[in-house]
Design a protein around this ligand. Structure first.
Ligand code: 6CS
Ligand code: FE
Length: 277
């Protein structure tokens, strides 16, 4: 059974890296059996037509957003103690799940995500008041240099919300917040000097590894021309002290969860069907 609590030295090192760089990859936090549970639930949930399913231009699945109750084993994943203990330490408070999705970046057809920051979407579209929010990406497949891994500019989170090119959308239209031509994109005049000053890192790792990243770190990912899928379960943890203010035509609950109740931690053996695999 996967170790549930990280040893204090590793936990401290991960917190330091996250604070300094705005991103840290924790290798193999989850085992193949746990990852397989999520992959199976993703497969089942993505077979059901829904506004939570976002497609690529090719018709392949780009993202599937999930709300509580959509996939029981993912609900259990979200509350795993080994994720919550790091997310709470990184944010300095109890947390709730602001957004949960699988970005699937399919073999040969998975499309790119242009350079952007995440927090600007949540501030401008959902009225989220502070950047006390982060995302944990659980690799469901090995992420290599070939399959469109995430790229980050380490340390860029310390510059706060950067100037973005904003493409206005009709009120209530959030499709460009989730597509290849994003509604808020970092432009070259911002990105080039930033990357020249701070460099770039990529989030590669074995399936089961977890990439934690700050809501203001500059990041992107190229398209996937490899014959291997690159599925990642993204869990966005938000401080319970950080609840969206009222905005007209706020986006749907699956993009901006309205229930800021703190997540109660669960142990690994809480997976509902693990014993039946
Ligand atoms: O708009 C959003 O909520 C989503 N869009 C992007 C580009 N990243 C954050 C989030 O998943
Ligand atoms: Fe993003």
């Amino acid at each position: 059974m996967q170790e549930n609590n990280m040893n204090p030295q590793d936990c401290a090192a991960n917190l330091l890296s996250f604070s300094r760089d705005g991103v840290v990859v924790v290798p193999e936090m989850f085992n193949a059996q746990e990852v397989a549970l999520v992959a199976r639930d993703f497969q089942a949930a993505s077979a059901v037509p829904s506004p939570k399913l976002v497609l690529e231009d090719s018709g392949e699945i780009r993202s599937l957003f999930l709300e509580k109750g959509d996939a029981p084993s993912i609900d259990v994943f979200v509350r795993q103690k080994r994720l919550l203990e790091l997310a709470e330490a990184m944010l300095g408070s109890r947390v709730y799940a602001y957004q949960v999705k699988v970005n699937s970046k399919k073999a040969l057809s998975g499309d790119l995500w242009p350079w952007h920051q995440d927090y600007v979407f949540w501030r401008e579209k959902d009225g989220l008041p502070t950047p006390q929010i982060l995302t944990a990406g659980v690799l469901l497949d090995d992420a290599t240099e070939f399959c469109g891994p995430m790229y980050f500019v380490p340390g860029s989170h310390r510059d706060g919300v950067l100037q973005s090119l904003h493409r206005e959308a009709p009120a209530g239209d959030y499709t460009k917040d989730l597509a290849k031509d994003l509604s808020y994109q970092l432009t070259s005049d911002v990105l080039v000097p930033l990357a020249k000053r701070l460099g770039m890192v990529s989030a590669t790792g074995k399936a089961g590894s977890v990439v934690f990243f700050d809501c203001n770190i500059a990041h992107c990912s190229p398209n996937n021309l490899s014959p291997f899928d690159r599925r990642i379960l993204f869990i966005t943890y938000c401080s319970v002290d950080n609840v969206p203010a009222f905005v007209p035509r706020r986006r749907p609950n699956f993009l901006s969860n309205r229930d800021p109740s703190p997540l109660a931690p669960l142990d690994p053996d809480a997976f509902p069907t693990q014993r039946r695999i």
